[in-house]
Design a protein around this ligand. Structure first.
Ligand code: NAP
Length: 244
């Protein structure tokens, strides 16, 4: 690999939108690390894409486990010395959809925030030195339209009647983190953006989404490959700005 070859890492990439994001980045010529918490499943998923001739490698990363985060960052440092693209894609819903917002358990709130917010902060902190070592890194935080407080308050919005508070608040907080990190890095070539993938047919919604997985990966891939004129601190879906 020559030094100008871009290297990406996508968390939660064993299935769903993350897996397809790996495919599309690799198809764009980026050496892409398919990160998964189960080493065997990460390897199997990466091997399939490799067999198609794509530049994909597996890496073990449980985003809620400090040990695997440090080990993954050390591995990327040793192998590549930099990271051009970090896609914080891993995410969960722990809310009980049959319960009202006030009835969700604190365990569900904690579990959700561990994966959807604190893990993103931890992974980003661990990889930031490697992102700074790349010429113009991109950080993509996979958020959700359900993190939009403006749309939650709008009776005409499609999400008005759908309130899963731990998940929704974790994505609002992820958006806030995106704005804060983008501000910290505003005088560097690094861009930090949040995206909504769309309502995508994945395991997360039992395949009930409205758009297919290849379309669902496009917002992440677009921001991962955005050029120097692109935004930072934004929240978009397929390039269109969403309200906070
Ligand atoms: P998914 O099919 O349920 O896949 C979630 C992925 O996250 C899996 O690969 C899972 O790994 C991984 N993951 C969960 N906890 C992890 C952990 N602790 N460490 C490492 N990986 C972990 O979900 P998806 O629909 O592709 O969602 C991807 C992202 O898009 C999420 O952030 C989600 O909130 C966001 N999103 C999705 C939709 C939608 O309509 N699907 C809409 C808006 C936003 P395992 O295979 O090991 O479980």
């Amino acid at each position: 690999m020559n030094a100008s070859q871009k290297v990406a890492l996508v968390t939660g990439a064993t299935r769903g939108i993350g897996h397809e994001t790996v495919r599309q980045l690799a198809e764009a010529g980026v050496t892409t690390l398919l990160a998964g918490r189960d080493p065997a499943r990460a390897k199997a998923a990466a091997d399939k894409l490799k067999a198609e001739g794509l530049p994909v490698e597996p890496i073990t990363l449980d985003v809620t486990d400090a040990g695997t985060i440090q080990a993954a960052a050390a591995e990327v440092k040793a192998r590549f010395g930099k990271l051009d693209i970090l896609v914080n894609n891993a995410g969960i819903i722990a809310d009980d959809l049959a319960k009202a917002p006030s009835e969700q358990s604190l365990d569900a709130w904690r579990e959700t925030f561990e994966t959807n917010l604190f893990a993103v902060v931890a992974v980003t902190q661990a990889f930031l030195p490697l992102l700074k070592a790349a010429p113009a890194a991109r950080i993509v935080n996979v958020s959700s339209i359900l993190g939009s407080l403006t749309l939650h308050l709008d009776p005409t919005s499609s999400i008005y009647g759908f309130k899963i508070p731990a998940y929704d608040a974790s994505k609002s907080a992820l958006n806030a983190w995106t704005v804060h990190l983008a501000h910290e890095l505003r005088d560097t070539p690094i861009k930090v953006n949040a995206v909504h993938p769309g309502y995508v047919q994945t395991d997360m919604n039992g395949g009930q989404g409205e758009i297919d997985v290849p379309t669902g990966a496009k917002s992440s891939v677009g921001m991962a490959l955005v050029d120097a004129d692109g935004p930072t601190g934004s929240f978009t879906y397929l390039g269109k700005t969403l309200p906070w």
